[in-house]
Design a protein around this ligand. Structure first.
Ligand code: HEC
Length: 114
């Protein structure tokens, strides 16, 4: 006995689920891509593990600056501040979200950990 209608319903459900996860993933940023962007643009001041090389830069390994929403951090990265260069026009919004997702992996043991 076959259940063709159930089968197609299952396929649709799976497609919707996959799409949902894919969308959420893109929105949350890609840690792998973010790591490459970080190595290219941020590591000289913020250091390999997020432990700042430059004295005035925040230490991302234990930083309050990551206790804020992505949107807020994105604005900070776009506009820059004092010795921190502005990345508006240099990085796309999606790339900034990738790098923020990466920054969040540097923080260890803090309240941001899911
Ligand atoms: C030339 C050195 C330099 C580079 C390159 C740099 N930063 Fe910074 N960054 C700083 C300094 C210095 C500060 C502290 C600014 C202040 O509060 O005066 C800072 C602050 C920040 C903050 C905290 C902002 C806030 O409002 O608390 C974030 C987030 C950040 N940087 C992310 C990045 C990312 C992501 C990159 C790469 C795309 C990057 N930075 C590249 C020097 C740098």
């Amino acid at each position: 006995m076959k259940y063709p209608r159930m089968k197609s319903h299952f396929a649709t459900t799976m497609a919707v689920l996959l799409l949902t996860f894919a969308t959420v993933d893109v929105y949350a940023g890609d840690v792998g891509k973010g790591g490459r962007i970080y190595a290219q643009h941020c590591v000289i001041c913020h250091g390999a593990d997020g432990v700042n090389v430059m004295p005035d830069a925040p230490n991302f390994a234990q930083s309050e600056s990551l206790l804020r929403p992505d949107q807020f951090i994105m604005t900070a990265i776009k506009e820059g501040k004092n010795a921190m260069p502005a990345f508006q026009g240099m990085l796309k919004d999606e790339e900034i979200l990738d790098v923020i997702a990466y920054l969040r992996t540097l923080e260890n043991g803090g309240p941001m950990r899911p």
